[in-house]
Design a protein around this ligand. Structure first.
Ligand SMILES: [Fe+2]
Ligand SMILES: [Fe+2]
Length: 491
């Protein structure tokens, strides 16, 4: 939702809302819809602008979804023989929660949609069937409960099976709600009761699931949002860009995997979007694949460090460029702007300390070297997810350089890196709390300890050697170098 946050309400936005509502009032007058509809939209606008501080795009997108819902319902009632109770009303709430992953917004839209649809079903002369048994309040409550069950059961869905199951729950809840209103014995035993009311209310949840699966990709592309389904597609290592990363920069690929594992665990711990964090971490360093040999994780087999023969200023440019080149690759491969954010924000405005120090040494004094030129251009992380990847990136790089890493040493490193980032102001623009930062530190320590901890060397049975007297520990990770190496990634 962060992408919709407004900086201020412009006159243009206010005028657009005013004219949209005016058009809607005129439209309702012409086609005979209740003026409650524009009034509800007015309150929706107030909520989105003043309480959510979201911009006009979100209002337009929700307004469009709602208009399609109203137009579709009206069309089915006037021009088809389909019984109105078959109309997949819950599909609207499913779309909202899957597109925006925001339960509060989906709850609000579920209410608005239930009120509007019940008005259409009970006031429309074509909806004779529904008027026989329902009052406006009955049907509004039944639809609202169906919409609510859609919101809560489909939230976080990653598979089609999950969406289908949600449709089934919607049907069950609607039927239960209907029976609570109408459980008179003579009705229950009447021959067409089940056919006329129970069947459509039970089935319209599943129909909603089908409609959602058929249209989700369309709205996602149109609105430029990223759902779990697209995130799973992006997480596939057969994606062309990830395939290139694996082949051209295998060390960076391994680093990204470790970062994604610990970042995902931390995101889960603080209730952030874990899947988005994982996928963002996969792509955060794709820019390194154009010059992989300049980054330590790709200098395999103890190969020479390219930066040894370069001036600090040249190294600075090469390292800075991995963010810029990452952005260009993201544009070329048409990645969603949410993934771009991980590429541009994963270093924030952090200092490339190693090269800054080297430049100072080369210059022989502080005055001639400006610290700002050795900082990444930013911006600083704007969301919890990008902030977690920034922290995971730096802690992973620092932990790799720890000699004989024990859980205690790893915890000290994690806390030191997180403190440094906090003091440097890198977390100033995201909404992580101190309590959440503590949970992130614990999740990182747990994950990194499992991956990089020292382990006891067991006796070599084959040669009959008892290595208990040998070095007691060795590093378990192939990524752990034998000597601490400053990370040229600027961490
Ligand atoms: Fe990086
Ligand atoms: Fe990285």
């Amino acid at each position: 939702m962060k992408e919709f946050i407004q900086t201020h309400i412009s006159f243009k936005d206010a005028a657009l809302v005013f004219f949209t509502l005016l058009l809607l009032i005129l439209f309702c007058q012409v086609v005979g819809f209740s003026l409650i509809i524009p009034l509800l939209l007015l309150f929706l606008g107030v909520h989105i602008f003043f309480l959510r501080k979201a911009d006009f795009r979100l209002f337009l997108q929700l307004g469009l979804l709602l208009s399609l819902n109203v137009a579709g319902t009206n069309y089915i009632m006037q021009h088809t023989v389909i019984q109105p109770l078959f109309i997949p009303v819950a599909g609207f709430s499913m779309l909202v929660i899957l597109l925006y992953n925001d339960a509060e917004l989906a709850f609000l839209m579920a209410f608005v949609s239930s009120v509007i649809t019940s008005l259409l079903l009970t006031n429309n002369p074509y909806a004779v069937n529904t008027r026989e048994l329902f009052t406006g309040m009955d049907i509004m409550l039944i639809l609202f409960l169906g919409n609510l069950s859609a919101v809560y059961t489909v939230k976080g869905a990653r598979t089609r099976g999950h969406v289908m199951a949600s449709g089934l729950y919607v049907g069950i809840i609607q039927v239960i709600a209907f029976l609570i209103f109408h459980h008179e014995t003579d009705l229950l035993v009447s021959s067409d009761f089940a056919l006329k009311y129970i069947r459509p209310l039970a089935l319209n949840g599943v129909i909603s699931s089908f409609v959602v699966m058929a249209t989700l990709k369309v709205f996602e592309t149109w609105f430029g949002v990223l759902t779990n389904f697209s995130l799973l597609e992006l997480a596939d290592f057969n994606q062309p860009l990830l395939k290139r990363l694996i082949l051209e920069a295998p060390g960076t690929y391994h680093h990204s995997l470790v970062v994604s594992n610990i970042a995902e665990a931390a995101a889960e711990a603080v209730g952030a979007n874990a899947l988005l964090t994982r996928v963002g971490a996969y792509y955060h360093d794709v820019g390194k694949m154009l010059k992989p040999e300049y980054f330590t994780e790709n200098q395999l087999g103890g190969g020479e460090n390219k930066h040894d023969v370069l001036e600090a200023n040249i190294s600075r440019l090469v390292i800075l460029n991995h963010v810029k080149e990452g952005q260009e690759l993201a544009r070329k491969y048409k990645l969603n702007p949410k993934i771009h954010d991980f590429i541009v924000q994963h270093h924030g405005t952090g200092l490339m300390y190693f090269f800054y120090q080297r430049a100072l040494e080369d210059a022989g004094g502080r005055d001639s070297v400006k610290e700002d030129t050795f900082r990444y251009p930013g911006p600083k992380p704007q969301t919890k997810e990008t902030a977690i990847v920034l922290l995971a990136d730096s802690t992973e790089a620092a932990t790799r350089a720890v000699e004989d890493p024990t859980p205690k040493k790893i915890e000290e490193t994690v806390r030191k890196i997180i403190n440094n980032k906090f003091i440097d102001g890198q977390l100033d623009e995201c909404d992580l709390t101190l309590k959440e930062i503590e949970l992130i530190a614990l999740a990182f320590t747990r994950g990194l300890s499992a991956m990089y901890h020292s382990r006891v060397r067991y006796p070599d049975k084959k040669n009959g050697n008892d290595s208990r007297n040998q070095k007691s520990a060795e590093k378990s990770s192939p990524a752990s170098p034998s000597a601490p190496t400053p990370d040229p990634d600027g961490a």
